[in-house]
Design a binder for this molecule. Structure first.
Ligand SMILES: [Zn+2]
Ligand SMILES: [Zn+2]
Length: 258
């Protein structure tokens, strides 16, 4: 510090032979250099060359304020020395903070870039959404048209269904026809069964007829055998000559004979 040194010998001011003293002009010089100057014939300030008349050093006042300032400065220097470790720690912290700051700036930049990319993606997506919305609106319009067509077709179908209802009657007729075919088949079966029965009856009848003929032949034979006796009997009772009555007559005759 420039003010803490003598302007002539550049020695540090102290409270001994280099004590700071003021000249009338206001400038300061050390006591040793002032003693020399006082001894000279022409006494003047080396800084501003103003002459002064002091014969003794004690006539020039001590610069106490400068001394105070120097003391304070020394105290500050001591404090600064004490604070050095703290300062180095602080500097280290500052260095780390600076690195942190750089790192943060880098991350921030990356984030910013990422945000820009995302914003671009969002913009594209929004564009896509817009396109899809338009497409959906068109589809909805088509759906409305199709709905109208569908309702028209439904009406047509209803009318066709109404027209088809009489056709269902023909289906019933077909059903009845099927039934009638079944009934016919059943009837045919019954007819064949009845024919079988009829054949059996015919057979039986033929058998009966044969037996009957046989019986008749036998009866006729017995009648002719008894013919002679009958002539006598006919004279007394007027009987018809039918074979049955003749038979009866024979029986009566037999009864009479018993
Ligand atoms: Zn000096
Ligand atoms: Zn001066």
């Amino acid at each position: 510090m420039e003010e803490s040194e003598c302007i002539v010998c550049f020695s540090q001011y102290n409270e001994d032979e280099h004590r700071a003293r003021c000249m009338p002009c206001g400038h300061t010089m050390c006591s040793k250099c002032l003693k020399k100057t006082i001894r000279e014939v022409s006494k003047m300030c080396p800084k501003c060359r103003q002459h002064f008349t002091a014969a003794r050093l004690e006539e020039l006042p001590v610069n106490f304020s400068l001394e105070g300032m120097i003391k304070s400065s020394k105290s500050l220097k001591t404090q600064l020395e004490l604070a050095k470790p703290c300062i180095s720690i602080f500097e280290e912290s500052c260095k780390k903070a600076e690195e942190c700051k750089k790192q943060s700036q880098k991350i921030f930049k990356e984030y910013e870039e990422a945000i820009i990319r995302k914003e671009n993606i969002i913009a594209k997506l929004q564009e896509e959404i817009k396109t899809q919305k338009n497409a959906r609106r068109k589809m909805e319009e088509k759906v409305v048209v199709l709905d109208e067509k569908l309702s028209g077709l439904k009406e047509k179908r209803n009318s066709y269904e109404q027209a088809i209802t009489p056709l269902n009657i023909s289906e019933s007729i077909r059903e009845v026809f099927r039934w009638s075919v079944e009934v016919q088949n059943e009837a045919e079966k019954l007819i064949s069964v009845s024919q079988g029965i009829e054949n059996e009856i015919d057979q039986m009848m033929r058998t009966i007829r044969v037996k009957d003929d046989h019986l008749m032949e036998n009866s006729a034979l017995s009648i002719s055998n008894e013919q002679a006796g009958l002539h006598v009997y006919q004279d007394k009772h007027t009987y018809n000559s039918s074979p049955a009555k003749l038979k009866m007559g024979n029986l009566d005759k037999k009864n009479q004979e018993v």
